[in-house]
Design a protein around this ligand. Structure first.
Ligand SMILES: O=C(O)[C@H](O)[C@@H](O)[C@H](O)[C@H](O)COP(=O)(O)O
Length: 232
């Protein structure tokens, strides 16, 4: 069952989430040589990235990865890598190591070979210790989209890989995404959402697991106790 944390506004959600994630990373670093944080892209996480990159912790031992990536060159305006580089890997967090899903030298042509792209992402994959999910108004999370032909594989407990190629119907670009099983294997899971429209979707998704709202598989998972940060 998720824990729902409502805050006053977007700035407060970003700050509280950053404090919680930073503490998880510090706690992880007390037990392990490295801590890995996977973040989502999209429009929402910028304020959180800016709050997190100022936190005091041993960033040189932190690895930053993506929950999902759009299959576009890293210089593309829709690249989550670009977003993370611009807003997260700054200030204190500039000492962190980035684990890419898409190679910097990959162009539109080479990315048409999706198997090769997945192979590259898998080579760089490290099981995250902490992850921050977003959610679309269509109920997708990571790049597990309701109408994607790969939906069943993305939520299968025995899918043989931690990452999967998905083809959203409701959003642009082919994607590479963590599978549900990989998300479920992460000790600290957060979901950040804002606005009444997403809250209504969240409440529907809480009721039961359904393909209509892929986030419902995370919220109703017996393996995940997500902390949900919400502001209007
Ligand atoms: O790269 C992506 O598209 C994501 O990681 C995705 O899962 C995102 O978190 C949601 O779509 C919410 O996105 P917004 O913040 O843009 O609403």
């Amino acid at each position: 069952m998720p824990t729902f944390i409502q805050t006053e506004n977007a700035a407060q959600s970003a700050e509280k989430l950053a404090l919680a994630v930073a503490q998880n990373l510090r706690d992880t670093l007390e037990k392990q040589a490295h801590a890995t944080l996977a973040v989502s892209g999209g429009k929402s996480p910028i304020a959180f990235f800016q709050a997190l990159n100022q936190q005091d912790l041993d960033w040189a031992r932190v690895q930053i990865a993506l929950v999902d990536e759009r299959v576009v060159p890293t210089s593309h305006a829709d690249s989550n890598t670009g977003l993370v580089r611009q807003h997260l890997l700054q200030n204190q967090a500039s000492a962190a190591k980035y684990l890419p899903m898409i190679a910097d030298h990959a162009d539109e042509g080479s990315l048409k070979n999706i198997n090769q792209a997945i192979e590259f992402a898998l080579q760089n994959y490290v099981q995250p210790d902490v992850l921050v999910l977003g959610m679309g108004a269509d109920g997708h999370t990571a790049s597990i989209f309701p109408q994607a032909p790969q939906f069943d594989d993305a939520i299968r407990a025995d899918y043989p890989q931690t990452l999967i190629h998905t083809t959203p119907v409701t959003a642009p670009h082919e994607r590479i995404s963590m599978t549900l099983a990989a998300i479920e294997a992460t000790p600290f899971v957060y979901l950040a959402i804002a606005g009444a429209e997403k809250k209504a979707v969240y409440e529907q998704a809480l009721l039961k697991k359904s393909q209509e709202y892929p986030i419902s598989y995370v919220l109703n998972s017996e393996k995940v106790n997500a902390n949900v940060f919400y502001n209007n």
